[in-house]
Structure formats: C-alpha cells, structure tokens
Design a protein around this ligand. Structure first.
Ligand SMILES: NC(=O)c1ccc[n+]([C@@H]2O[C@H](COP(=O)([O-])OP(=O)(O)OC[C@H]3O[C@@H](n4cnc5c(N)ncnc54)[C@H](O)[C@@H]3O)[C@@H](O)[C@H]2O)c1
Ligand SMILES: O=C(O)[C@H](O)CO
Length: 328
C-alpha cells in the first residue's frame, strides 16, 4: 500500500516536530485542540482511517472496533503500554497493533527513582516548608527520612523499565530483588546483581521499597491486592510508574492512611484521571500526573517510532514494534 494513499488519524496533539513529519509523509488528520477525542470522534476515526495513532487516553475496546471500517489495518499506538487497546479483538479483525518500546525506558526509570527518593527523603515536605516561608533553619531532628543505600528494592516486572530501575538503584547502593513472569538469563541477572523471587508473596513481605514495573494485563490486574499489600512491612514504600490497575488503590489508600505502609510514590492511578481525595491528602504520598515518559527527547523518539511502524507497514512489511496478544 503506497504511503501517500494511506489515511492516518492522530487522536491527540503530538509534539510539533512529530506532527510536521507525519504531515510530510502521510495523508493525515491531526487534532486541533489538546483534548482526547470523544467516543463519537473515535468511532468516526476508526470507520474512516487506514491507520489510527491513539494514546493511552483513548479506549480502543471491542465495541469500538466492532464499528471499524474495512480500511482500518493498523493501530500505531503512541506509547508502550497497550492496555487501553483490545489487542486480541484487533487481531481477530485483521488489524495490527504497534507500540513504542525502548525509547521511554530511561525516562520512566529516572522518574521511578525520583519518586523513590522523593518519598524516602521527604522532598515534597521540605519543599512546602520552603514555600511557606516558615523555615526555622537546620535542625537535628527535622524532616528525617530514610537512607536509600542498603535498602532492599523489589521490582515487580523486570522488563526494559524494571531493569533500567535496577541499574539506577544499584548506583544508589540498593540491593536488587525481582519477581517476573520469567526469570532473567543468568548473565543478565548476574550483571544486575539481582535476586530472583519465584514467590511474589515472599518478595513483597521482605522489601523496603516495592516498584511496580509490569504491564497492566488480565493477569496483573490487582496483582497487589489487599491480601498482598498486607504482607508489606509497615516501614516499606510503594512506587508505581506502570499502571494504576496493578494495585488495589482503595486497599493501598486505607493502608497508607493507617500507617500500615510508610509511603507511596505514584505516577499512575487505577481510575485514570480520577484520583481519590483521600490519596491526595496524605503527607506520606507523592503523586505525579502520569509523566514518567514526559521528556522532550522521549516524546520525539516515540513519534519517530510511530512513523517507522507506519512506514514499514505502508511498505508492505510488519511494523517492527508489532504487539501480539499474550506477548505482554
Ligand atoms: N508512567 C509512564 O509514563 C509509563 C511510561 C512507560 C511505560 N509505562 C508502563 O510500564 C510498563 C512496562 O514497560 P516496559 O517497557 O518495561 O515493558 P516490558 O514488556 O519490557 O516489561 C514488563 C515486564 O513485566 C513482566 N510481567 C508481565 N506480566 C507479569 C506478571 N503477571 N507477573 C510478573 N511479571 C510480569 C514481563 O515478563 C516483563 O518482563 C508498560 O506496559 C506501561 O504500562 C508507564
Ligand atoms: O505506556 C506509556 O508509554 C506511557 O504510560 C504513556 O502512554
């Protein structure tokens, strides 16, 4: 299929350089305002486009795909997580799905460390003292956090981002532990000096910090449920830069309020933008608005990946970052 004849619909505003390049290459419909498409707009898009470029804020479910037109052949997601896309239904309908792995790994791992440090060293509390103008000067007992070096970090989901977190945390002197669907190859495990836990329960019970880095899939939904969260040490900290749905957010909030977990650093939430006021009000919690991959460089490289996936498909090949059901 020659690329000039392909009609591409992009659901969100993308960085200007990415939009310019897509415009040069394809017959594209870009979004004017920086809001997610409505369901009606998305339905219209899948009816008319050859290729859809959605983001995490679009729900591409079976009902939407049921109304897709015969032309729709590729969903080239701008982002690595694809839990907002029904990949199995897309496949049944002969629609390929691609994503943007790798280019946001370091940025998301950096943000994971930023949250880990912010919670354990009480950075937001220090910031608010300075912003209040009421700092009384250095004091031996003020705002004491915990030392990061020597602590046990448990990584749930030791893929690209999990391993990048492990590399960073080692440089901070942390001890690396992990639970993953599959154990790493011995040379990779040795390189990270990481200890593998076959039992997630046992790992959760022994960690000082638990970092969630697995995708949201049917098998990871509420993987950290109330029962598992209760296994955590009361002094432990939870960090989530993956997807909110992996943790039972209500159970976590109750435990944070009760002091049964020491703190949490969260970039993602179970109900998307709806963050419970209970969570927002807690002093031992640092909340970010889903900005793990939010660097200028990363967002350009994500755009390049989307373009390569579309271009490769347009040239008659499978997109290099094709996602197939079950691979996550
Ligand atoms: N906060 C952000 O802005 C942001 C940015 C990028 C990615 N993400 C999220 O991070 C996730 C991970 O990205 P990645 O590139 O590291 O993916 P990846 O596929 O490289 O790694 C995920 C790892 O989780 C493991 N896993 C899957 N199911 C599991 C299970 N049931 N139990 C244990 N381990 C399991 C996989 O085996 C894999 O090793 C993405 O799916 C996305 O949701 C968030
Ligand atoms: O999965 C990702 O790439 C980020 O969460 C943004 O979509």
């Amino acid at each position: 299929m020659p690329s000039e004849r392909l009609s591409v619909v992009v659901t969100r505003r993308l960085p200007e350089a990415v939009e310019t390049r897509i415009k040069e290459l394809f017959d594209v419909r870009l979004r004017d305002d920086d809001t997610p498409m409505t369901r009606a707009e998305l339905s219209e898009a899948v009816k008319t486009a050859d290729i859809l470029v959605p983001t995490v804020t679009d729900t591409i479910d079976a009902a939407l795909l049921a109304g897709a037109g015969p032309r729709l052949k590729l969903i080239a997601n701008y982002g690595v997580g694809v839990d907002h896309i029904d990949v199995a239904t897309a496949r049944q309908r002969g629609i390929l799905v691609s994503n943007t792995p790798g280019v946001l790994t370091d940025d998301t791992a950096d943000m994971t460390m930023a949250l880990l440090l912010a919670v354990t060293r009480r950075i937001p509390e220090g910031l608010s003292v300075m912003q209040s103008g009421e700092w009384g000067g250095w004091a031996p007992t003020a705002l004491l956090g915990g030392r990061v070096g020597g602590r046990r970090l448990g990584i749930l989901g030791m893929g690209r981002i999990g391993q990048a977190v492990a590399q960073r945390a080692r440089a901070f002197g942390m001890q690396i532990h992990y639970h993953n669907r599959r154990r790493l190859r011995p040379e990779v495990e040795d390189g990270l000096e990481a200890t593998y836990w076959e039992s997630l329960d046992q790992m959760v019970a022994r960690m000082d910090v638990l970092s969630v880095n697995c995708p949201h899939t049917p098998s990871t939904f509420h993987l950290l449920n109330a029962r598992r969260l209760k296994l955590m040490k009361p002094s432990a900290v939870l960090v989530n830069t993956s997807r909110g749905e992996v943790i039972d957010e209500n159970a976590m909030t109750r435990m944070l309020k009760a002091g049964d977990i020491a703190g949490a650093g969260l970039d993602v939430y179970e109900h998307g933008m709806e963050v419970s006021p209970d969570l927002q009000g807690l002093p031992n919690v640092v909340l970010l608005p889903h900005m793990g991959s939010a660097t200028q460089e990363g967002r350009l490289e994500m755009g390049e990946k989307v373009i390569i996936n579309i271009k490769t498909f347009a040239d008659g090949h499978r997109p290099p970052d094709q996602v197939v059901p079950g691979m996550l």
